[in-house]
Design a protein around this ligand. Sequence first.
Ligand SMILES: Nc1nc2c(ncn2[C@@H]2O[C@H](COP(=O)(O)OP(=O)(O)OP(=O)(O)O)[C@@H](O)[C@H]2O)c(=O)[nH]1
Ligand SMILES: [Mg+2]
Length: 265
Amino acid sequence: MWNGLRDIFHFAVKPDGMFEIEEGSLGVKVLILGPAGSGKSLLTGRFADYLRGEGYTVAIINLDPGTLHLPYKPDFDIRRHFTIRSIMEAEGLGPNGAMLRAMDRLASTRLPRFDADYILYDTPGQLEPFLFHRAGRRIAAKLGDPCGVYLIDATLPTWSLPGIYLYSIVAQVNLGISAISVITKVDMLPDGRAESIRLALSDPSRLRRFLKRGVLADLGTELIGVIEQFMPAQRIPLVSSITGQGFDELLALLHEFKCTCGDLT
Ligand SMILES: Nc1nc2c(ncn2[C@@H]2O[C@H](COP(=O)(O)OP(=O)(O)OP(=O)(O)O)[C@@H](O)[C@H]2O)c(=O)[nH]1
Ligand SMILES: [Mg+2]
């Protein structure tokens, strides 16, 4: 059985003694990931509303110490412990240094134990501190095998799609988790456009037509080859957090994740 990238990069799951004691929350843990502004927080809130409407119990955890406003009421908010602003002021750091410090502190902060059908974790806008530093992997590990939901903003230029999709691979490898990819903000696209993005990502060989010609296109072709090699063919929901489109498909994929422990093909 294909268990996602964890099978290939086994080392990523058992790092050098960095495992924390599992926090022990019950239920399906969903780590909402994505580049800045991709719609993580709004999806967290609206998908939680949808799940409650379907009769599930839900807990929402805000792991973003930098945000000022949240479009939901969190059950746990890391900002109660620290914020980017408080770290900047206390330690004289800039916003990026403060975010790195914040991730280290988050990795050693005990999160409360939740008992809900679904536990949604909203993550910081900046993906890099999460993906490229020790803290992100420690945080993912302490959640106890969460399912990632990686958001791809449908309104971004098409030439950026291969790179954004590659980030999804990086997220899975570096955090040692499996992730469902989701295309967000589809309500902002004209008819048919979102479907063509879905087709391209579901079958990465189609991404080639988004590349411009020239030397860089050759490099892009190589990158797409990597995606083809490491990303299994998969269903990718088209989601709008405004209209609720695609939430049923996302729930079905999460349900499969729960049943098969990571086999999302
Ligand atoms: N039309 C539309 N707008 C959306 C959707 N999802 C998010 N947005 C908007 O996109 C902007 C960014 O959304 P957020 O949910 O804050 O995105 P985020 O990834 O949490 O942002 P950061 O935490 O700052 O990285 C906001 O103005 C949202 O209202 C969507 O599905 N449709
Ligand atoms: Mg956010």
